[in-house]
Design a protein around this ligand. Sequence first.
Ligand SMILES: Cc1cc2nc3c(=O)[nH]c(=O)nc-3n(C[C@H](O)[C@H](O)[C@H](O)COP(=O)(O)OP(=O)(O)OC[C@H]3O[C@@H](n4cnc5c(N)ncnc54)[C@H](O)[C@@H]3O)c2cc1C
Ligand SMILES: NC(=O)c1ccc[n+]([C@@H]2O[C@H](COP(=O)([O-])OP(=O)(O)OC[C@H]3O[C@@H](n4cnc5c(N)ncnc54)[C@H](O)[C@@H]3O)[C@@H](O)[C@H]2O)c1
Ligand code: SF4
Ligand code: FES
Length: 806
Amino acid sequence: MEKKRLVLVGNGMAGVRTIEEILKINADAYHITIFGEESYPNYNRIQLSNVLQGDMTVEQMILNEWDWYKENNIDLHTGDPVVHIDTNNKIVFSEKGNKVHYDQLILATGSRSFILPVPGADKDGVTGFRDIQDCEKMINVSRSHKNAVVIGGGLLGLEAAKGLVHLGMNVHVVHLMPHLMERQLDPTASNMLRRELEEQGIKFLLEKQTVEILGDQKVKGLKFKDGSEIEADLVVMAVGIQANSKLAKDAGVTVNRGIVVNDFMETSVDSVYAVGECAEHREITYGMVAPLYEQAKVLAEHLCEKGTKPYEGSVVGTQLKVAGIDLYSAGEILEDASTKSIIIHNEFEGIYKKILIRNNRIVGIVLYGDTKDSTKLFRMLMEKEDISGKTSSAILGLSNGEQESQSVAAMPDSELICGCNGVTKGTIVEAIKGQGLTSVDEVSSCTNAGRSCGRCKSLVSDILAFTLGDEFDQTAQKKALCGCTSLSRDEVVLEIKEKGLNSIKEVMYVLDWKNEEGCSKCRPALNYYLGMIYPEGYQDDRDSRLVNEKLHANIQKDGTYSVVPRMYGGVTTAEDLKKIAEVAEKYHVPLVKITGGQRIALLGVKREDLTSVWEELGMPSGYAYGKTLRTVKTCVGSQFCRFGTQDSMGLGIELEKKFERLDTPHKFKMGVSGCPRNCAESGIKDVGIVGIDGAWEIYVGGNGGTDLRGGDLLCTVSTKDEVMKIVGAYIQYYRETANYLERTSYWIERIGLETVQSVVADKALVNTLNERLDRTLTRYNEPWKEAIENKQIREKYYQSHSLSLK
Ligand SMILES: Cc1cc2nc3c(=O)[nH]c(=O)nc-3n(C[C@H](O)[C@H](O)[C@H](O)COP(=O)(O)OP(=O)(O)OC[C@H]3O[C@@H](n4cnc5c(N)ncnc54)[C@H](O)[C@@H]3O)c2cc1C
Ligand SMILES: NC(=O)c1ccc[n+]([C@@H]2O[C@H](COP(=O)([O-])OP(=O)(O)OC[C@H]3O[C@@H](n4cnc5c(N)ncnc54)[C@H](O)[C@@H]3O)[C@@H](O)[C@H]2O)c1
Ligand code: SF4
Ligand code: FES
């Protein structure tokens, strides 16, 4: 029998989820065709905020790869919007001239940004924030301009504003109302949010109505109703969304604010359905994935004739995806004559919790600063649980770490773990037991939990641990940072970002470190992660560094130290050599040795002589002791060698001058050779560069140590400038994603060469990574100059013998 033909218009989150659900129920039910206006496979739009902040690449947002469509025999047309539907003959027509017959048609066209209809709204530099192109536009403007204005202080506007601050822009949020996120927060929570965001660098103009966008062709500023003006090079409109319903309307389908559907997602026209943001159900259009996924399930079951329950509407819980902000809201937010409230407001700790109760049932939740109870409270709200007889502290317990770890066990099966995908604890436990799942990723692909905003992943991990008991292999799931915590590197980094933790002490306190002083493993690691997360603001904790870094010298087996001055690219001068010789003689240095990295090491220097030796040398430190760029080895290249095709010495010196002193997860070595004869051994360096005719090959992840590894070819570029940019992005990506003390050779095996290649192929991301790297580079000073000039440093590290070498 010939399969029925199903056509989906809109290759976005709700439409493709419907197809996934259909394939799960009956993969043979339909021959499926999908049309998408965007040129990408189905991606996680929610993560655009992270792309804007440079924390994610476009590739990492993809939910269904191109192969998924092939494997499921789906005919996919991307970059080809449907422009007309003939509902009488059941045919869709696309912009590129495709004409496809359907038996059933799903409209999942989503929404577009609402652009305020004010004069000037069409000027260059005005954008919405809805798709990858919008993101790219913002990143591009941020490279050459300073002032950004976001109109709208809702979820989208605030996430956009935070992204633009990350991109180094001066950001104002213009909001119509007296309070931010007035639909989700009451004035108290909203004020707490504003204060926190102000501390993070966002400025606010409240109760301001934009009447005009100023400028000629390009935006120059904004004019407000009260007559005031503000300068702007970029204007982001985040004042809500509008359903894409014109296609449906033109086809004769009933449209109101969205495409009107009944409880089975049927529109007014036979065999035409709508799902997602474009659909209006019981006079409501939704703008969050949770309800859209519920709709998708109902529609899939209906189309597979599975006898589904009707879709009756949704209550949605909201969270803001801005690092350091912990808020949650669901249901009603403002008191009225029929409600009673329980409120906890701890201004000192920045915690605010309000529960609205009507007829002994929770009808609204606003949490700020501590959202641990959100899943429990949301379940009580959804189940309309009778709370009479319960004390307010039982309802709104201030959870401590202990309660938290017990809470997974105490949770009823009906507790919602993944709000985005509507997955309960019971479903997760059943999947773990029934399907033998052992990792968060497996749970994610089986149940969808964690597949959207990703916030529920740590709870999923707790449920895995609780369900598998002794069989749960903690090490397979995550490797704890050290014995002082059960949190992994990724969890610690995420918590630092989300909670805005600023110092090692604060991390240990807030994240409940078992040993409040930390240990030799976590202290240097935390010092590194904090420095990586806060490029400018973090105050380095020298005492938490490993001993060689603390002293800026390598301790030798007899307790003496080595002194290795910087020689950029392995190039020196007669004058420097004379100085080295004089110092070696004067301080009776027992060994002068050429190192593997083309430097001269003075070995056997006494600790108390270190500052004088460096002072007399007057040369920068070669950092032969650091988790940082050690050396850039070069061959003579085209300047002298008759085979040389490229100036390897010149490039090597430029690289070393730019990246010297930068903290990296582990030591980092480079090599630059002027031709493929490769005399600088570029193939076994963390970054190895080889000149070829008219271009440079960049190799990465090489290592000449115990575990010998040849570098992988990352890419080939034509100019020195491109080398500098790609190497900068590569190093910064390594800095941001590697575990502390993980060499690039292991890191690249773990995350995959293809991932790194996709990062350096993404021009916008390369620029953002370089911007963060450049900001970081401004914070370094010459350590020996500092020691020579600063008596306290000298006394503390080089004269007193009280220093612990643990
Ligand atoms: C920056 C940002 C952050 C967000 N964060 C969150 C969050 O944290 N939590 C949350 O729950 N939600 C969040 N959302 C909202 C969430 O992404 C949307 O609710 C969801 O993507 C809507 O899914 P959809 O399939 O209805 O629409 P979309 O994902 O927009 O998909 C619709 C697709 O249809 C295409 N299309 C339109 N017309 C046609 C046509 N004629 N022919 C072919 N294709 C067409 C569009 O190009 C689009 O690709 C966020 C949204 C944004 C923009
Ligand atoms: N974390 C999340 O869950 C998340 C993140 C981003 C986007 N989204 C979704 O994306 C959609 C769009 O988000 P949004 O924030 O644009 O919509 P929104 O409707 O939630 O908020 C728009 C805000 O703009 C304000 N506003 C309206 N007109 C204005 C004007 N002329 N000047 C200044 N301010 C004005 C409103 O008062 C409102 O607070 C929503 O559906 C949202 O739920 C969700
Ligand atoms: S790598 Fe090529 S250019 Fe460099 S020294 Fe060797 S032969 Fe000469
Ligand atoms: S809560 Fe968003 S993915 Fe689970």
